[in-house]
Design a binder for this molecule. Structure first.
Ligand SMILES: [Zn+2]
Length: 274
């Protein structure tokens, strides 16, 4: 049983605002320990439930947040950036299941630190269906026939995940009360919850269908402002929908989708607003 874990930071235990997630901010070192502890609880439980190989992909910001010195020895860590497939780098069809830990709800929705990839993106659509990071990454996993069996984070991402994958196991480590506040489980309690949810998720792997979409797929990204959209539309094959900030592109498969999104995001980042 081979398990892939994509670990983001915003949805980790006790993390409620950017001071925990931005390198150099006053709570960032605490955030790293909290994120690492969540991952360790899941790795420990997954090994006990029969996982034989576990790859953890650090999936936040520059992707070097997890404290390797404190990581459970039963996992390997994919860290650093850039990576062609970013949060999903390293996943292939040899894996039996994927877990998304520390995830958050999509841009414009309630939930702790809700956003989609960066402040430049308002919405992403795959074949017309709006997706956040969870859906985008779950469709990438689906390309390899890998089901996403567990999500951890706040109550809002749990709901977003269930809308796409109704049978997914969820570990709700906090309940959002605004975008930067939540009722949080303390680490010892959330570790218990994460262990239980891992056990349940691994028992249900065969019940969960990989999230697959028809190909070629249409990727549409709605940017925050026109300058960003104009830059993103430079990509060959992409076009800006008149009167909107939406750039749309037909791509071969979810691998190309990921690289296209990253290229658009990087181009959009060069556009000045004021
Ligand atoms: Zn993040």
């Amino acid at each position: 049983m081979k398990l892939f874990i994509s670990a983001d930071m915003e949805g980790s235990t006790g993390i409620i605002d950017p001071s925990y997630c931005n390198p150099g901010a006053n709570n960032y070192e605490r955030g790293r320990r909290l994120m690492t502890a969540d991952v360790n609880a899941v790795v420990e439980a997954a090994l006990a439930a029969g996982a034989t190989e576990i790859v953890v992909a650090d999936s936040h910001h520059k992707m070097n947040n997890i404290l390797i010195e404190e990581l459970h020895p039963g996992a390997t860590l994919l860290c650093g950036s850039p990576r062609d497939h970013s949060m999903m780098q390293g996943l292939d069809s040899t894996f039996d299941a994927a877990f998304f830990l520390g995830y958050h709800s999509r841009h414009g929705m309630p939930g702790v630190l809700s956003h989609t990839m960066s402040g430049a993106i308002k919405n992403m659509y795959i074949n017309g269906r709006v997706v956040g990071e969870f859906g985008f990454n779950a469709i990438y996993a689906g390309h390899y026939g890998v089901p996403v069996c567990l999500v951890s984070g706040d109550d809002q991402i749990a709901q977003e995940a269930k809308e796409l994958i109704p049978a997914i196991s969820t570990a709700v480590v906090k309940t959002a009360t605004s975008r930067t506040s939540a009722i949080c489980l303390p680490p010892a309690a959330s570790a218990n919850l994460l262990r239980q949810a891992t056990q349940q998720a691994l028992a249900r792997v065969r019940e969960i269908k990989p999230l697959q979409v028809s190909l070629p797929l249409e990727l549409t990204i709605e940017f925050a402002h026109t300058g960003q959209a104009e830059m993103a539309a430079i990509i060959p094959g992409a076009s800006l929908r008149p009167g909107t900030t939406e750039v749309t592109c037909l791509v071969e498969d979810p691998r190309e989708m990921y690289k296209t999104m990253r290229a658009m995001l990087n181009l959009a980042g060069t556009a000045e607003f004021f």
